[in-house]
Design a protein around this ligand. Structure first.
Ligand SMILES: Cc1ncc(COP(=O)(O)O)c(C=O)c1O
Length: 414
């Protein structure tokens, strides 16, 4: 019965399996394990080993990790940070919070940084270049590395989408001075909130270590809020999601009442900082992340299988398909002139929640672009892509049968 009301969904706790649910449930009843414990350093150690880097520092989000990196670099206030449009305000806000100035570079049709536009837009004041491996597709690192060396820029990788992706045999996150990862709800692995900063640079690591020590732990209440997320979504909200919209109402109400968190706080849409950033990673979320991290290879192999299926079945369709090479396909992003209409139709008629990353050059769409320092028209391709992009789910809870239903629906669009 619940199958009927439960949508095929790209988001809403996508990576969670039975063992994750059991763990979250157990943790809810073990408050003494919420804040401090050994899981935090274990997660850092596992991450360090996996990437083959010298240092890894955990935080309660990619946002906190990026903020810590920016502060640790000790560059002057008001320096420019070059970063691409077609991104989330979560990648921009730490730049603003650190007192730095974002300068937006357009993206190519593969959603990654446009190097020609970078050459045009570099400023005298630019000290940092942040490169995003969008949707899990590695950016053109050879050219980017050369450009940053030639122009004395500190290179940071935004690996929020790309855990496990490789460029020329090297894992993303190991190609720059510093990188950060995200374990938030819709990412490659998820602990609802969580992030990691990594580096091989001794000096930077020393600063990151001090800053991590300075940051406080999040509160018990905030940690509980995150632990409730997989449990309420999977046991209550999703099974009745479409039963006279009961699940949806329950979700909105829980977020309104603060029982569940939102991915982005309303303050962040105006460039402001909510009280729970920046913070350390709490032990309970590190435990959730460790459990997911064990499954990383299987998750990404599943993403590859589902993406291969989409690539094959949509080959001769009216959709423009993504590049396959080295892509871990956090989401399988395609383009169509009627993208937004297709997303809305899929939801209303087919009970399929297709992804809409991103519908504006800095998402979500109610973000105040002016407060983000973005001037309309300066990244025309990012603006164009945001009108024509839709993303298909690849996560572990999407079966080939689900993928087939999605494809059958898409093929009805000419
Ligand atoms: C491209 C990008 N960078 C950075 C972030 C920030 O990660 P987090 O949600 O863990 O703060 C996100 C996610 O929101 C993202 O999509």
């Amino acid at each position: 019965m619940s199958q009927y009301f439960k949508p095929i969904s790209i988001s809403l706790s996508p990576n969670v399996e039975k063992d994750d649910l059991k763990l979250a449930l157990k943790l809810i009843f073990s408050p003494w394990r919420w804040i401090k414990g050994r899981a935090v350093s274990q997660l850092e150690e596992e991450f360090r080993k996996y990437l083959g880097v010298k240092y890894a520092f955990s935080f309660n989000s990619g946002r906190s990790a990026l903020y810590a990196i920016l502060k640790s670099l000790n560059i002057g206030d008001k320096s420019d940070v070059l970063l691409q449009a077609f991104t989330c305000n979560a990648a921009v806000n730490p730049v603003l919070w650190a007192g730095l100035n974002p300068v937006y570079i357009d993206c190519e049709n593969n959603y990654n940084l446009d190097i020609d536009d970078l050459k045009r837009k570099i400023t005298k004041n630019a000290k940092i270049l942040m490169v995003q491996h969008t949707f899990g597709c590695p950016a053109q690192m050879d050219e980017i590395l050369k450009f940053s060396r030639d122009n004395n820029l500190i290179l940071i990788e935004d690996c929020a989408h790309s855990l496990g992706a490789q460029y020329n045999g090297k894992k993303t996150g190991t190609l720059s001075k510093a990188a950060f990862f995200s374990f938030s709800r819709d990412k490659i692995i998820s602990s609802v909130y969580g992030g990691m900063a990594v580096t091989n640079d001794d000096e930077l690591a020393k600063n990151l270590h001090s800053i991590q020590k300075e940051f406080k732990h999040p509160s018990y209440l905030w940690t509980l809020q995150q632990l409730l997320h997989p449990v309420l979504l999977n046991y209550i909200i999703l099974p009745i999601y479409n039963f006279i919209d009961l699940g949806k109402i329950f979700l909105v109400l829980s977020q309104y009442l603060g029982i569940l968190s939102k991915a982005v706080h309303k303050k962040e849409k105006k460039g402001e900082r909510p009280f729970y950033f920046p913070k350390k990673m709490p032990n309970a979320l590190a435990l959730l992340a460790l459990n997911q991290f064990k499954k990383l290879e299987r998750f990404n192999e599943h993403r590859r299988i589902i993406s291969d299926f989409y690539l094959k079945r949509l080959q001769d369709s009216s959709f423009i398909l993504p590049e396959k090479e080295n892509n871990v396909f956090l989401r399988f992003s395609i383009r169509h002139n009627l993208a937004h209409q297709i997303i809305s139709y899929a939801w209303k008629k087919e009970n399929i929640l297709i992804g809409d990353w991103y519908t504006t050059p800095i998402a979500p769409d109610d973000t105040n672009l002016r407060k983000m320092g973005y001037i309309s028209g300066t990244c025309p391709n990012a603006e164009k892509l945001s009108k024509t992009t839709l993303n298909l789910p690849t996560h572990i809870n999407i079966s080939l049968k689900d993928a087939e239903r999605i494809v059958d629906f898409l093929l009805t669009w000419k």
